[in-house]
Design a protein around this ligand. Structure first.
Ligand code: SF4
Length: 344
């Protein structure tokens, strides 16, 4: 049995930001328990080690990981059991004080991915409703500590301003001017040549209600990742997709059955098959009315895809599944036309 090559851990099902483009902070996941116990990481890591996993572990899936008071223990467990794995964190940086930064770097963090969505307290606050001053200080400190230590950890900053979101998601202009360029300018001088700062021009539709009219022809934007990626909820259950942030579609728990066998299991395989064939009545909620499927249709039309797009692709160095034809928002954000890599 092949293990996944990317495992996203929902270390926290809560978020202290209320970003305009993400439902988790403002609507909540409703998931219990709110935080993952380290014993779940122990069970998952044990199986992954047995199966010689050497891929990517993201500890910032669907929630702000640093809200979990036990996150340091989870990091230590994963690092100790899987020394070859590439550890990635998505964080909003509000709680990323110097001790947290040092702990992550000491445990061999491969990449830090964060959003910085405005160049001023007003434009930043309009998107994220977090303290600009505190986040800015923490980002600066992380960079300083990383650079001082000469640590190889890469930093990727995504820029999703309110104007950008309103224009791309709804085709209207927002109340603030787009200051993406100023954000890039602000951080460019602090980052290293192998870091990246990029303007996000694609947004998931997950702020839209699930009940919207969703044609059965629309493809699932995550379909290219099912053979390689899996997600572990706070209670240890595998779930299929980070856009299903309330984990309606879930499988066995890693404490009860090995992660790799659940990942390769019959029930998951049959479900993936139905999604790829678009047999939505078999799949059910939320995929039968998933607002994110609309986005694929647009990319499909834009690129003149055939009936079914190619699912195979290459892995992005930051653990994201990248294909030339992939419709994924996060992947599109990393494609060259949307990216201001510092080495360019
Ligand atoms: S249809 Fe939507 S919710 Fe279902 S797996 Fe695809 S992206 Fe996720």
């Amino acid at each position: 049995m092949k293990p996944p090559t990317f495992v996203g851990f929902m270390v926290s099902a809560r978020c202290n930001a209320k970003c305009v483009y993400c439902p988790i902070g403002s609507q909540g996941t409703g998931i219990s328990p709110p935080f993952m116990e380290p014993s779940i990481a122990v069970a998952a890591a044990h199986d992954l080690r047995e199966n010689r996993f050497d891929g990517y572990l993201n500890i910032g899936e669907n929630g702000e990981p640093l809200l979990n008071p036990k996150w340091p223990e989870i990091v230590r467990v994963l690092r100790k059991s899987l020394p070859e794995a590439r550890l990635v964190i998505h964080s909003n940086m509000y709680l990323m004080e110097a001790p947290a930064a040092r702990l992550l770097l000491k445990n061999g963090l491969f990449a830090l991915i964060l959003n910085f969505d405005g160049a001023t307290p007003r434009s930043y606050g309009a998107v994220r409703r977090l303290s600009y001053a505190k986040v800015e200080r923490n980002v600066r400190n992380f960079i300083r500590i990383r650079n001082h230590a000469g640590h190889p950890c890469r930093i990727v900053i995504a820029v999703s301003t309110l104007a950008n979101f309103m224009a791309n998601a709804y085709g209207i202009s927002g109340p603030c001017a787009d200051d993406s360029a100023q954000v890039i300018e602000k951080w460019r001088g602090h980052l290293r040549h192998d870091d990246a700062i990029q303007v996000n021009t694609g947004f998931w539709r997950w702020m839209n209600p699930y009940s919207q009219d969703c044609s059965s022809e629309l493809l699932c934007p995550m379909a290219g990742r099912f053979d390689t990626d899996c997600f572990v909820a706070t209670d240890g259950a595998l779930y299929l997709c980070c856009l299903d942030y309330r984990t309606h579609i879930r499988f066995e728990r890693v404490q009860e059955k090995s992660l790799t066998s659940v990942f390769n299991g019959e029930s998951r395989r049959l479900l993936v098959d139905s999604i790829r064939k678009r047999v939505w009545q078999k799949v059910g909620f939320p995929c039968d009315s998933c607002p994110s499927r609309q986005e694929v249709l647009e990319v499909q039309m834009e690129r003149g895809w055939a009936e079914t797009p190619p699912w195979e692709g290459t892995r992005h160095p930051l653990g994201l599944h990248q294909t030339d034809d992939s419709p994924s928002t996060s992947l599109r954000a990393l494609l060259p036309e949307h990216t201001a890599y510092l080495s360019m």
